[in-house]
Design a protein around this ligand. Structure first.
Ligand code: TYD
Length: 395
């Protein structure tokens, strides 16, 4: 069901130091109904490569297990729509044109549809989760229902040739074999292809104490030094870097064949990860455990808002049960009437917030805080309060 990481996936070094250990955890998106057997629990440890500084999980859970029951949908939130506008402009202005696009991990086709509307054409997606590729295909988005690898790239190249744009948003952290993936990307690039890679930035994860970004799907924690190592090996170079505010701090890498004038790099150390680990264990988790315990003792009711993968990490790390967290609301219908993985806390529709009117809602989708707090005005006007988990801030 899982294999152990033996060497760094960016540089091949075997000098890997343990820096963060969360014990044994369920798969963060394994939402199941009561009667449905779940996919089990797996070790969750972060190892740091002393050679190139890539932080990565110690285990690789078999992708067929991890993605067989997958409920993650590209969000159609206002926050993401705004990001897609910025991204389309950034791609167009850097390349000086529109053109053909391949999206790796194209989910239900939301971004490709958006880019097509901005005159990027033709479009092609690659998406291994069959439930998602089916949705994309049914809505007219050309999609290859496969994992992206050298074999898929060879077939795409034979069919479409090279692409003007290759987009990999939030997929690098999900891909176990970076050598194969970057070689596959390189096969599909011509001299002017613009490759766009987006992922949560390890520096933001550390700074924002976002330990809830660490779960089995996120096998690597993106930073620039290791990305240079792997990209340069295949004659690809980071040409520009942009930091976006989405998902708690995301980095966007614009990559191409031309070696850059300025080097883009960073230096994250094992010490940074160990300090993060210390703060999470000694302060972040205990503070939230105490807050929920105290509120429950006072007779307050508490729910969760957003059955994100992050909610699974928080709830399991804090050891909460349905005695303290009554339910978690989410906009994704396929998650409703299922349980937060590893618990018997039910996921319910967003209307439950006003129907049940709990005293507090822990904002597990804190990355959409502004938009959600605005949308849920009535909850706060009716006496409800939101809790931002990392800071215990009550709003
Ligand atoms: P997302 O932050 O993309 O996260 P993760 O990678 O941690 O799963 O997911 C956000 C979840 O929150 C998703 O299941 C949809 C849900 N959600 C709401 O319930 N209400 C909202 O207003 C928004 C924006 C998201």
């Amino acid at each position: 069901m899982y294999t152990l990481l033996k060497k760094c996936r960016a540089c091949g070094s075997r000098t890997l130091t343990p820096v963060f250990n969360v014990g044994v955890q369920p798969l963060a998106n394994d939402f199941r109904s009561d009667s449905d057997p779940h996919s089990g629990f797996y070790p969750l440890n972060v190892l740091f490569c002393e050679e190139c500084s890539l932080a990565q999980l110690s285990v690789i859970v078999d992708p067929s297990v991890m993605y067989s029951n997958y409920h993650y949908l590209t969000s159609n939130s206002k926050t993401m729509e705004a990001h897609f506008h910025v991204l389309a402009n950034d791609l167009k202005s850097r390349a000086g044109r529109v053109g053909s696009v391949l999206e790796i991990g194209s989910n239900d086709g939301t971004l490709l549809r958006f880019l097509n509307g901005k005159n990027f054409s033709p479009i092609m997606g690659v998406e291994p989760a069959t439930n998602l590729s089916r949705v994309a295909l049914n809505s007219g988005i050309p999609t290859t229902p496969e994992f992206f690898n050298l074999k898929t790239a060879t077939a795409l190249r034979a069919m479409d040739g090279e692409y003007d744009f290759i987009i990999a948003r939030h997929v690098f952290c999900h891909i176990p074999d970076w050598m194969d993936c970057v070689e596959a990307i390189s096969q599909l690039c011509h001299d002017d292809t613009l490759v766009y890679i987006e992922a949560p930035y390890a520096r933001s994860t550390l700074k924002g104490l976002e330990f809830d970004q660490i779960y089995h799907e996120h096998m690597s924690f993106m930073s620039l030094r290791p990305m240079n190592r792997i990209l340069n090996r295949f004659n690809l170079y980071i040409q520009d870097v942009v930091e976006y505010g989405i998902h708690g701090g995301t980095i966007g890498l614009f990559v191409g064949r031309k070696p850059p004038v300025a080097g883009f790099t960073d230096s994250i150390t094992a010490k940074d990860w160990l300090a993060f680990s210390d703060t999470i264990r000694s302060s972040v988790i205990p503070s939230m455990v105490s807050l929920v315990y105290d509120l429950t003792k006072e007779g307050k009711t508490i729910c969760g808002y957003g059955a994100s993968a992050k909610s699974t990490v928080w709830i399991n790390s804090c050891g909460w049960t349905d005695k303290s967290i009554k339910f978690v609301t989410d906009t994704t219908p396929s998650k409703w009437d299922k349980m937060i993985p590893g618990t018997s806390i039910p996921v319910v529709d967003p209307g439950a917030l006003m129907r049940e009117l709990p005293s507090y809602a822990i904002l597990f989708s804190w990355n959409y805080a502004k938009e959600i707090i605005e949308k849920e005005k009535l909850f706060r006007e009716s006496g409800g309060k939101f809790i931002i988990p990392h800071t215990c801030e009550i709003i």
